[in-house]
Ligand binder design. Structure first.
Ligand SMILES: Cc1cc2nc3c(=O)[nH]c(=O)nc-3n(C[C@H](O)[C@H](O)[C@H](O)COP(=O)(O)OP(=O)(O)OC[C@H]3O[C@@H](n4cnc5c(N)ncnc54)[C@H](O)[C@@H]3O)c2cc1C
Length: 398
């Protein structure tokens, strides 16, 4: 059994020009300065809001280029084509800033449907990503999240029910367009206090659209200690009702926010006690999904080398092909090329999650990426050392 190596820098950076690599090195180095990111993530959104041209230019040429596919749908095309040459697929993520109001929700829905239609006309874009908070009010999600815990156990406010019907209808239209176009829809998981109604809605959508193959995917955040159980429960429902459970496994992006809110409001934190607990449940979820591929389609969405390796070993030990149609890997564009391109070169089905949108709309996404990449000791250090090695290797050749 030949082991995949995430150290192969020839595969990892073949698609990058020297200039791209130097920009990445500059960026990862800068994000590693301890005081830089906290200050920059506070100031940059304000400056972008004020539309300061010099700042827009700096951000566009640095972090935006590293993590975003372009300002418009069409601007992502050259990158999609380049990645396609290396068998790396694209998941289009319309980086919309959640704006409240029914008109905005309708517009967002139409945008998602437009992205689906665009993806279906491209050779290399099998999935798109959707956030329910783009077409549902956060207040409504929060209220419905609490509803089962209300004393009566029944949620019967007419206005809210009508608003929720509209949200369900929007989700339905998106899934219907995706099913017709042959595109998969990954629904992001957001904060835990918005998630219950989304989970319930997605079970309904999967029952409707995932009969023959997975069109709709829910996201499970394994940094929550209740989610392994939730995965098993969702699977039980899928088997009872005869649909394929579409699942994207992530560790989770809102840990500090979750813990802070739980402390402030005095309820038990939904987050695992330690990183090791999260890692344990993440890998247990991978095992659970790979052991049940007759009724589960899984996306392993992670930059963690050990978890990606674990999944490849599991496929091999079960005698399953690398490109199993129900197992897909994904990393964010701008991160962990060593994982993505080495998986692709070994024949696994893998993609880059590629946001696009106007600079001001993708700023929250960019700030999350900056915060995630501050620790030089972890993944960022690894990223930086591989990029430096590739720059040195090319220098020696020239
Ligand atoms: C394709 C793709 C789609 C994604 N979609 C979503 C999404 O829909 N929703 C979402 O929330 N996130 C999403 N993410 C982000 C993801 O949740 C992680 O934040 C990110 O990928 C880092 O985790 P990791 O598995 O890559 O690796 P690692 O670097 O090994 O893990 C870091 C993660 O471990 C967890 N962690 C860290 N410290 C602790 C601790 N002390 N205790 C407990 N847990 C800890 C946190 O979740 C942290 O983000 C997505 C990521 C990818 C690649």
């Amino acid at each position: 059994m030949e082991d995949i190596s995430f150290d192969n820098i020839l595969n990892a950076y073949a698609y990058k020009s020297d200039k791209d690599l130097k920009r990445s090195r500059f960026l990862f180095r800068t994000m590693g300065y301890p005081l830089f990111v906290p200050a920059a993530t506070r100031i940059t959104p304000l400056l972008i809001k004020c539309n300061v041209p010099a700042i827009n230019k700096i951000v566009s040429n640095t972090i935006f280029k590293q993590f975003v596919g372009g300002e418009t749908l069409e601007a992502t095309a050259p990158l999609a084509k380049t990645l396609g040459k290396y068998d790396v697929k694209i998941v289009l993520d319309y980086g919309i800033e959640a704006k409240e109001g029914e008109d905005n929700f309708e517009q967002a829905t139409e945008q998602f449907i437009k992205v689906i239609k665009y993806a279906s006309a491209q050779p290399n874009i099998p999935f798109i990503s959707v956030k329910v908070s783009a077409f549902a009010s956060a207040e409504l999600l929060k209220t419905l999240n609490e509803a089962p815990r209300l004393r009566s156990g029944v949620h019967d406010h007419e206005e809210e029910e009508a608003a929720w019907d509209r949200v369900s209808d929007r989700m339905y239209r998106i899934c219907e367009a995706a099913a017709q176009a042959g595109i998969g829809v990954w629904v992001d998981a957001e904060e835990s206090w918005l998630q219950d109604p989304v989970d319930r809605l997605l079970i309904e959508m999967m029952e409707e659209f995932n009969k023959e193959k997975a069109v709709v995917y829910n996201t499970i955040q394994l940094y929550r200690h209740d989610r392994l159980n939730f995965l098993q429960l969702s699977h039980k429902i899928a088997k009872e009702r005869g649909f394929i459970l579409g699942i994207k496994l992530v560790r989770g992006a809102y840990m500090d926010k979750e813990r802070t809110r739980a402390t402030q409001r005095g309820y038990p934190s939904p987050i695992q006690a330690t990183k090791e607990d999260t890692d344990h449940d993440f890998d247990a979820a991978i095992s659970y999904c790979i052991n049940n591929l007759d009724s589960i389609a899984v996306i392993i969405a992670s930059h963690n080398e050990a978890s990606n390796l674990f999944a490849t070993h599991l496929l091999q030990s079960r005698g399953l092909p690398n490109n199993h149609p129900r197992v897909h890997f994904s990393q964010l564009y701008g991160m962990s090329d060593n994982i993505t391109f080495n998986l692709a070169s070994a024949g696994y089905s893998v993609s880059k999650y590629l946001p696009f949108g106007p600079l001001k709309d993708v700023i929250p996404y960019l700030m999350r990426r900056a915060q995630e990449n501050t620790s030089i000791s972890g993944q960022t250090g690894r990223e930086l050392s591989l990029i430096k090695r590739e720059i040195d290797r090319r220098k020696k050749l020239s």
